[in-house]
Design a binder for this molecule. Structure first.
Ligand code: GLU
Length: 299
């Protein structure tokens, strides 16, 4: 299978400038290295009716193309359940009955890193499991054999982060993002993961899980986010931060695209940007914009 890069939006609303900038980067990384480019709709959670259609339309509007029909995670639950069965058969999962509150209030194990699952349900007896199972539905956790794991990132270099007994399937039956993303990337032949750098802390978990499942670990590039003047991720209340909202302010998609590319130090059209693209030359810091002023000055 020819290797691939991908963009994997969650259809929770419209794509804003930050999402579009990440999509452009994912496309540039893939196309500049001769990879296929895939779009995957991550709709296990947070899906809003109609959002997918609008997101795909906006991606196409800024010139992004993809090589295969879009896949939806909600249509792939069998794949994730197969993966869960394989992990369970290898003794790598256990049921967890903890509430969020119980986890917060549990004394953490000595030397356990901040934010790690305290291991409450890791070594229950079968009798205890029977009792807890009757109280509430179980989540499935990974029985991790490490507490941290190293990854290499094109933009961040060596990065080591927490791996705990993270959730693979929530207690409402929904497969966790960390499992779905690892299975999907492997099954789809994705060997290059470009996404917002807010996801860098999840990456050691995913790379570790990929290794356990016998999958290759993809190349990672975690790209800087777009932030508002308060240092927060863009949101609707920041003003015109989506293509339709910008169009309503008289800024056509070509100008928005050109501005996004300019913020990356790239020429204004996608073909020219592709010819000029070099990961080493990319900015490493967030792009801070004031959407109201940006609207007035978009190049
Ligand atoms: N669906 C995730 C998001 O929109 C991205 C996951 C990924 O790229 O691995 O934040």
């Amino acid at each position: 299978m020819m290797p691939a890069g991908r963009f994997a939006p969650s259809p929770s609303g419209e794509l804003h400038l930050g999402n579009l900038r990440t999509a452009l980067l994912a496309w540039l990384f893939a196309r500049s290295t001769g990879r296929r480019f895939l779009v995957r709709v991550e709709d296990l959670d947070r899906a809003r009716a109609g959002a997918e259609v609008v997101q795909l339309r906006d991606l196409a509007t800024i010139g992004i193309d993809w090589d295969e029909p879009v896949v939806r995670q909600s249509e792939r639950t069998e794949l994730y359940e197969d993966a869960l069965r394989a992990l369970a058969a290898a003794g790598l999962t256990y049921e967890c009955y903890c509430t969020r509150r119980e986890i917060q209030e549990a004394p953490s194990a000595p030397h356990a890193p901040q934010g790690a699952y305290p291991g409450t349900c890791r070594n229950l007896t079968e009798a205890e499991r029977e009792r807890r199972r009757a109280e509430r539905p179980a989540a499935i956790r990974l029985r991790a054999g490490v507490s941290e794991w190293p990854v290499t990132d094109v933009l961040h270099g060596a990065y080591t982060g927490l791996v705990d007994d993270f959730v693979l399937r929530r207690n409402d039956g929904v497969v966790a993002y960390n499992l779905a993303v690892v299975v999907d990337d492997a099954v789809q032949g994705v060997d290059q993961v470009v996404r917002g750098d807010d996801l860098l802390p999840s990456t050691p978990r995913q790379a570790y899980l990929a290794g356990l499942m016998g999958y290759g670990v993809p190349e990672y590039a975690h790209v800087p986010l777009v932030l508002n003047r308060a240092g927060r991720r863009l949101a609707k209340r920041d003003g015109a931060v989506t293509l339709p909202a910008l169009a309503a302010e008289g800024i056509p998609a070509e100008r928005a695209t050109a501005s996004l590319l300019a913020s990356l130090g790239l020429p204004p059209t996608l073909p020219d940007a592709l010819a000029a693209f070099s990961p080493a030359a990319l900015p490493r810091d967030p792009w801070v914009i004031d959407p109201s002023r940006w609207t007035a000055t978009a190049s």
